[in-house]
Ligand binder design. Structure first.
Ligand SMILES: Nc1ncnc2c1ncn2[C@@H]1O[C@H](COP(=O)(O)OP(=O)(O)O)[C@@H](O)[C@H]1O
Ligand SMILES: [Mg+2]
Length: 222
């Protein structure tokens, strides 16, 4: 079967103002099947976020292709890819209720507000967050905000879920309990997951396969 996500020979340079161009991604290849989660490790500045942005369609590679289920989507706009992203700063909407944050993607897809809210409530129930449905996101703790962010990402049934250091704003103890909880939620959804982190313990807990971004390529760690 074709992998849900495939990167072929992605090249990306970065040039800081006044500096020599530097190769960040140097012919990088990656395949992730639906139902699989890979963890990508690498120190700060190694290009992990750039890689996720290229997969998401938020940034263009200098060369190389991105495929989804066998289709070349390299030039497809981000909003048409049916991918979901979760970044470290949760980027929830402060002016919307918790429930409407989760419902947002469904309304964008054309569902009625009533239907979207009902589905959002069911999703919040799965995450143990139904009691907060009508509250505001800024009333929630950091861990609760991350739960809402994941609920919001999963409700659209993405083909690919991209997580960029989702727990870096949480304290160590909470990170440990949340990664187990998240891994469980992800395992039940049919999508390809790419989880970026610089924390090896987190990577091992969430990724059946661990890859390290090194010198512009991915080396298998486990
Ligand atoms: N749009 C950009 N603005 C500033 N720096 C960038 C940009 N794109 C890439 N870079 C540079 O590329 C390198 C990799 O960045 P990034 O992908 O964020 O790495 P990581 O997520 O692994 O920390 C950094 O050294 C950064 O300075
Ligand atoms: Mg980063």
């Amino acid at each position: 079967m074709r992998p849900m996500l495939e990167l072929r020979h992605i090249v990306k340079h970065w040039q800081a103002p006044g500096a020599e161009p530097r190769v960040l991604l140097d012919g990088l290849d990656l395949q992730v099947k639906s139902g699989d989660a890979v963890a990508i490790l690498g120190p700060s500045g190694s290009g992990k976020s750039t890689l996720l942005k290229i997969i998401a369609g938020l940034e263009a590679a200098d060369s190389g292709q991105v495929f989804c289920a066998g289709q070349d989507i390299s030039t497809m706009p981000a909003h048409l890819r049916r991918f979901a992203l979760m970044f470290q700063d949760f980027a929830l909407f402060p002016h919307l209720s918790v429930q409407d944050n989760v419902a947002f993607g469904l309304v964008e897809q054309g569902q009625s507000r009533g239907q979207a809210r009902a589905q959002a409530l069911a999703m919040l129930q799965r995450f143990g967050m139904a009691a907060h449905a009508l509250g505001r996101v800024w009333q929630l703790s950091g861990g609760e905000q991350q739960r809402v962010a994941l609920a919001r990402a999963l409700i659209t049934r993405p083909r690919v879920l991209l997580l960029d250091e989702p727990f870096s704003a949480l304290d160590a103890q909470l990170r440990t309990s949340m990664r187990a909880e998240f891994a469980q939620h992800l395992a039940s959804a049919p999508m390809a997951v790419v989880w970026v982190t610089h924390d090896e313990a987190e990577a091992r807990a969430v990724g059946a396969r661990g890859l390290e971004l090194q010198a512009g390529g991915l080396q298998q760690r486990w």
